[in-house]
Design a protein. Structure first.
Length: 462
């Protein structure tokens, strides 16, 4: 048995970042992780492996569509699927080993196994009980099940199985036009699959700015994805390695059945809290199964805290990381804090989609007087040279004060561009502050400045 200042359960982006910061702040820290490698869902079966496949499939797309125009001649590459998966696995390995190195460097103990909490101050792993002043639950989330849909992770898969299919499917049905469905759906489309996305609502990516939703859907359709909107999936089953998916249109209750080589279920995730013994401890969960916490991540039981996907808020790796750092600071007696008003969201497709702050729909609903500054990437020289003119930057600013309230970008490097607006918002900047900041030419970031100029006297290049 060992005694620690902090034991963190789960080594995903929330847990491992919390551990490193705890150690840096002088707390004796251990992390319990049952997976064979550190990094959680994000590094092992989520954000990082999907980015490897996005990159590879984008390279193929560039070779097939733009190389000849640029005077790059030769046979287009073909897909060696097992090599692509090996590349993806190598990327995972480099990252998970990197965290192992950081744990050693910071003298963090990795307790291998699955944890439960028999009492406040105690963490049980296998037959051993470890003691800690503070316990942080950072156990993340799992794919939510959909009634009637039998996931086997071979033909009917969640995002985990979709990153390790035995071959590129000829046809793929994606259930849910959210982040996971569109990122992975567009990967497989570029690798040659016929992709049909079935979505319950009338718009893709719920909660996103309406104008971006429409442009995004149009661009994905141009890439060859087919959408069935307003349709509730009733069942998905497998027979002789072929899947049948039945959906019902909401407008007239008519039923249709599609056949496919693979089905990706991407209809949301749920907090992972089973097996911890939270019921017996009396830790309060919300109706949605999230662990309830106060503003300092304390649960209803003294000495037990929770962060990341297991608590309320967007299920995003970077939100969990920020909570991990704030948690460590709080445990070390400092003033840790997360600004939930400035958490960016990024969809890693081509083009990328990124947002921060309020949408136009939210501002309208709140009755707020706002102005819109918009600039198309068609007017950006760098984007034109790179075949990346699709999309726009849209900045929403307060009508009276010019303070930036939100930003929505669809276009090249949107996931990176959004951060200058995040920083501006953290500092309470006005659109004019961005507009008066010199931006290097020629860069994509000029489109952000032009959108900021569009909130005032107008952009230059449109
Ligand atoms: P999501 O909540 O983003 O989207 C699920 C979609 O499925 C919704 O559009 C919903 O209307 C639809 N749906 C639900 N039931 C349905 C049914 N029976 N038939 C048809 N459509 C149905 O969930 P997703 O994509 O699974 O992602 C889960 C979580 O992981 C999200 O919180 C997401 O933010 C996070 N994530 C974030 C990434 C990123 O930031 N790039 C990448 C991957 C995941």
């Amino acid at each position: 048995m060992s005694t620690y200042d902090v034991i963190i359960i789960g080594a995903g982006p929330g847990g491992y970042v919390c551990a490193i910061r705890c150690a840096q702040l002088g707390l004796k820290t251990a992390v319990v992780e049952g997976r064979e490698t550190l990094g959680g869902t994000c590094l092992n079966v989520g954000c990082i492996p999907s980015k490897a496949l996005l990159h590879a499939s984008h390279m193929l797309h560039e070779a097939e569509t733009n190389f000849a125009t640029m005077g790059l001649k030769g046979k287009s590459p073909s897909v060696d699927w097992s090599q692509m998966l090996a590349y993806k696995d190598d990327v995972i390995g480099q990252n998970t080993k990197g965290i192992e190195f950081l744990f050693k460097k910071n003298k963090i103990d990795w307790i291998k196994g699955w944890a439960s909490i028999p009492a406040a101050g105690k963490v049980k792993v296998g037959d051993e009980v470890h003691e800690a002043k503070h316990i942080v639950i950072a156990t993340g989330s799992d794919s939510a099940a959909l009634p009637g849909v039998e996931v086997d992770e071979k033909v009917i898969v969640t995002s985990t199985g979709a990153l390790a299919l035995s071959s590129v499917p000829k046809s793929l049905v994606v259930i849910g036009a959210g982040v996971i469905g569109l990122e992975l759906g567009s990967v497989y489309r570029r690798l040659g699959s016929e992709v049909t996305v079935i979505e319950y609502l009338d718009a893709i990516t719920p909660g996103m700015d309406g104008e971006v939703q429409k442009t995004f859907k149009r661009l994905l359709e141009k890439q060859g994805l087919t959408f069935v909107m307003g349709a509730a999936v009733q069942s998905a089953t497998v027979k002789a390695k072929k899947a049948s998916v039945t959906y019902k249109l909401r407008k007239d209750d008519s039923e249709t059945t599609l056949q496919a080589d693979a089905v990706l279920v991407a209809t949301g995730r749920k907090p992972h809290t089973e097996g911890l013994g939270l019921d017996a401890l009396g830790v309060t969960l919300s109706k949605r199964g999230q662990i309830e916490t106060d503003a300092h991540y304390a649960t209803s039981v003294a000495g037990i805290y929770a962060i990341g996907d297991a608590i309320a808020g967007p299920m995003l790796a970077h939100k969990a990381e920020d909570e991990g750092m704030a948690m460590a600071e709080i445990l070390a007696g400092k003033a840790g804090h997360v600004n939930y008003g400035v958490i960016p969201g990024v969809i890693y497709t081509h083009p990328e989609v990124a947002n921060v702050g309020q949408t136009e729909e939210q501002l309208k609903e709140a009755g707020r007087a706002y102005k819109v500054g918009k600039f198309s990437f068609m007017g950006n020289g760098r984007a034109k040279a790179n075949f990346a003119g699709d999309g726009f930057v849209k900045i929403l600013a307060d009508n009276a004060t010019d303070r930036i309230l939100g930003a929505h970008i669809i276009g090249p490097a949107a996931g990176d561009l959004i951060h200058e607006i995040c920083v501006a918002m953290e500092f309470g900047a006005a659109a004019e502050d961005l507009a008066r900041t010199c931006h290097a030419h020629p860069t994509y970031s000029e489109a952000v400045r032009e959108a900021a100029l569009a909130c005032g006297d107008g952009p230059i290049h449109s």
